[in-house]
Design a protein. Structure first.
Length: 307
């Protein structure tokens, strides 16, 4: 009867939050297509009632949907730490789709004041066109990662003529306080005050860039200009290249000192998504993946009613 159906579907929704749908289906003795129908139904119903009118700060990032080049883009309410929208792809069209979905949930694209994102040109283009009042803050961890990548490229190029750099990758990429005792000894053996390796200079430039985020807001722009001069006069090509990338994105990098937002919340959500995907050994469709993302990270007000 309807009462039993309601209890059954409520139970299905609870176990679907903590285990793969296929495992949940086996547990209740039903085919997984029925369980997916139940989960999709209640997630869709909850999303249809979601109110996004308070949203003003949004983080956006892509995550792998399956092996290969398939991605979905996540749009997250940074204030309430909830996934607002999941879209296939990672191009500017995903931002357009988010803006449309925001309006469908009583939100206003013009009310978005701040967006945190990586340096994806597609996201930037989409924000400018579809979230016209939003200022972009480039995620500081992504920016620092670009400088780290440049340092590692320097090490790999220099290793050909300096075999002592073999096996030292992580001492140049970690911060001094995070080194193991053995790594600290490795780094000290290079004697940075006298070392003429390009890798050692690139490492010092990296540490100086990270220190940008410790500057007082009124000093940050001047500090970045001085860092840029140092980096572009280093005669280390990967460092010069990344310095020019940072210069082109300077406004979004410095915006952090006003907005103080980053994609840390999205990284946490992405970890949950990838863990769920691994347990399920992937999803047959982007639709199913999106449903699971909403279920575990959408903070939806699920209310089970008979289907």
């Amino acid at each position: 009867d309807s009462g039993f159906t309601l209890l059954f579907e409520a139970f299905v929704m609870q176990i679907a939050k903590v285990m793969p749908v296929l495992a949940a289906a086996r547990l209740v003795g039903e085919h997984d297509t029925l369980v997916w129908r139940i989960v999709n139904h209640y997630v869709d119903a909850a999303r249809s009632k979601a109110d996004h009118s308070p949203v003003t700060q949004v983080g956006m990032d892509e995550t792998a949907a399956r092996r290969g080049q398939d991605y979905v883009s996540l749009f997250v309410d940074l204030d309430r730490r909830r996934v607002l929208f999941v879209s296939p792809g990672k191009d500017a069209a995903t931002v357009a789709a988010f803006a449309q979905d925001l309006q469908a949930h009583h939100g206003d694209p013009r009310a978005i004041t701040d967006v945190s994102a990586d340096m994806s040109p597609a996201f930037e283009k989409g924000v400018i066109k579809h979230l016209p009042n939003a200022a972009i803050t480039f995620d500081k961890y992504h920016v620092v990662s670009l400088v780290n990548d440049a340092v590692d490229e320097v090490r790999r190029l220099e290793r050909k003529d300096h075999p002592e750099l073999s096996g030292t990758r992580y001492i140049w990429l970690k911060n001094p306080g995070n080194l193991t005792p053995n790594q600290e000894n490795q780094l000290n053996a290079f004697d940075l005050t006298r070392c003429h390796l390009k890798t050692a200079r690139a490492y010092q430039i990296r540490l100086a860039f990270q220190d940008l985020y410790n500057q007082p807001p009124d000093k940050a722009e001047d500090y970045l200009k001085k860092w840029f001069f140092w980096a572009t006069h280093s005669r280390i090509q990967p460092i010069i290249d990344v310095a020019h990338t940072i210069r082109r994105h300077q406004a979004g990098i410095l915006r952090w000192f006003t907005s103080q937002i980053n994609n840390g919340i999205l990284e946490g959500i992405n970890s949950l998504v990838q863990a769920a995907k691994a347990k399920a050994r992937g999803y047959r469709s982007t639709r199913n993946l999106a449903t699971i993302i909403y279920l575990i990270a959408g903070k939806l007000a699920l209310s089970c009613q008979p289907t």
